[in-house]
Structures are given as structure tokens and as C-alpha cells.
Write a new protein. Structure first.
Length: 292
């Protein structure tokens, strides 16, 4: 099917903004030209791509399918343009990383600081998502590389995975409210007698801890599920329950909190840097990965 690239470009900008006027500003063309381009594309595909109303624009199911394919293509083109502009130097361009807020705060900051000092003309962009959602960013070409906890159910053989450090998870409680547990060791069954605080379902940490309980034929029903390990630690500090967090983010609160001893040791997990095997890796991304 012979369809002009410009039509897909217009479609992409309308689809991500859900606004014909915003797309016209981004493309520096009139709103009527945007509308006409969408009509031409819909006619060529013989499908309605947008539901238009006076208040808002929505993608049809066919439009959502098309966006899932057009977005990675647009990102790939942009990355190709950026790499050409870089030529063979590190005097410009962009490094775009995806990582969870916990990995950014407790692991990446020193490396980002070093990279910024060594290559001040490279623009660094960091997108925060859970480790699972970061894989989506990598798949659609929105980022050059991601830093993720491993195991990660979304990673398969289409990605290049390099392990960069090992860590352990732990159950953390407040000495003030759960001090009687400090010198005890608990089974998974006994842990269920206490309120458990943990990350939400859409995270590798949640996948991991639920699998641990399932191996003991137990169903874990957490008292609180959040998107921030720091907030989990804050809630554990005021006695709302026992928090499940990576060990590397609890050092600042060890005077208030203590790790619960377990009768069954938790296996370690890993931090990994990942990039797509199908996407070209920029010079800036290669240089940043060399730090690990």
C-alpha cells in the first residue's frame, strides 16, 4: 500500500496529543491541513482512525492498533536523525534512559553525575516507570536503554541484558511498633499474620514476592500497595505494617527500622542494563553503558 510518510507523521502527532490543533502547532501546518491529511489516510486504509466530537478526539480500536506500529517507527527515525547529527563525537545529542524512581535515586544518580560532567553537551533525559513499564518504553523506541530489576517477566530474547549488580530484598519493620520481632525468625505463614506493605502489582518486586509466597502454597494479600519504596518505608516507620523493599534503599532509616529474620532465605535479584537487539544504540548510550 503506497501511503505517503507525511500522512503517518500527521496521524502520529494527532494520536499522541488527541488534538488536531496541537498537532497543527507541532507540525507548523494549518488545522484544516491536519484534518484533510487524516481524511486521506482514513480513505486509503478504508478505516476510521479517530472519533471526533466537539469536546474531544479519541482513537478508534483501529487507530490504537496503527499507533502501536507507527510510534516505534517515528521514534526510530528520530533516533537515526540524532545519531547522524552526533557524527562520531560526543559533543551533542541525547541520552534517554528509562528506570524506576528507586533505581534512579539509589543507584543511577552518581553515574548520571559523572556522565554529565564528562559530556556536558549531551542532553540527559530520564523517564520514570516501573521496571515492567520500562520494557514498553524500550519496545516502542522511546528510550535508548533501561535499568531494571531482574527477573522481569516482560524481557525476552529480543533484548540484550547485562547484569550489573546483585541485591537482596527484605521485610522491614519499625522497632517502636514491632520491636518484639527483632530477634525472631518468621516463616512466610507467620508473616501473613501482620499487615504487609509493598509495591503495586505492576512491578517486578510484586511479581517476585508473590511468587515466593506461592512456592509455599500461600496467598499474599497486602494491606497497602503503593508505587514508591520510600513511601513504604515512611509508612513502616509509623507502624502501619511490615514493608517489603530492596535492601539498598533502607540504609538511611536503619536507626528506626530493622529487617525481619526469615526461616526461608529469599533468593537474590539483579539490576540489569538492557537495550533492544533490533534498535541501533547511540554513541552516548554505549558510552554510558561502559560505566557498568
Amino acid at each position: 500500500m503506497d501511503i505517503n510518510y507525511e500522512l503517518y507523521k500527521v496521524f502520529y502527532h494527532v494520536a499522541i496529543s488527541l488534538s488536531f490543533s496541537e498537532a497543527s502547532k507541532k507540525l507548523y501546518i494549518s488545522q484544516s491541513a491536519v484534518s484533510q491529511s487524516i481524511k486521506v489516510l482514513e480513505k486509503k486504509l478504508n478505516r476510521t482512525l479517530f472519533i471526533r466530537s466537539t469536546k474531544k478526539v479519541q482513537l478508534t480500536p483501529e487507530g490504537e492498533i496503527l499507533l502501536r506500529h507507527v510510534e516505534p517507527a517515528m521514534n526510530l527515525i528520530r533516533r537515526g536523525e540524532a545519531q547522524i547529527m552526533e557524527t562520531d563525537t560526543l559533543n551533542g545529542g541525547q541520552l534517554h534512559i528509562g528506570a524506576s524512581d528507586t533505581i534512579c535515586r539509589y543507584f543511577l544518580v552518581p553515574y548520571l553525575n559523572r556522565f554529565h560532567k564528562e559530556y556536558p553537551h549531551i542532553h540527559i533525559k530520564v523517564t520514570n516507570q516501573t521496571s515492567i513499564r520500562c520494557v514498553d518504553l524500550l519496545e516502542n523506541g522511546s528510550v535508548d536503554l533501561i535499568f531494571t530489576n531482574y527477573p522481569n517477566s516482560r524481557l525476552d530474547h529480543s533484548f540484550h541484558i547485562r547484569y550489573i549488580r546483585e541485591f537482596h530484598d527484605c521485610f522491614i519493620a519499625s522497632r517502636k511498633y514491632y520491636g518484639e520481632l527483632e530477634h525472631q525468625t518468621l516463616s512466610f505463614q507467620e508473616l501473613l499474620e501482620y499487615p504487609i506493605l509493598m509495591l503495586g502489582r505492576n512491578s517486578t518486586t510484586s511479581e517476585f514476592v508473590h511468587s515466593m509466597f506461592q512456592q509455599h502454597q500461600l496467598d499474599l494479600v497486602p494491606e497497602i500497595e503503593l508505587s514508591s519504596n520510600d513511601l513504604l518505608l515512611d509508612l513502616a516507620s509509623i507502624g502501619l505494617g511490615i514493608a517489603f523493599v530492596p535492601d539498598f534503599c533502607v540504609t538511611q532509616k536503619l536507626h528506626e527500622l530493622f529487617p525481619i529474620g526469615l526461616k526461608s532465605e529469599l533468593p537474590p535479584r539483579k539490576l540489569a542494563v538492557v537495550h533492544s537487539e533490533q534498535m541501533p544504540v547511540s554513541r552516548a548510550a554505549r558510552q554510558f553503558m561502559s560505566y557498568f
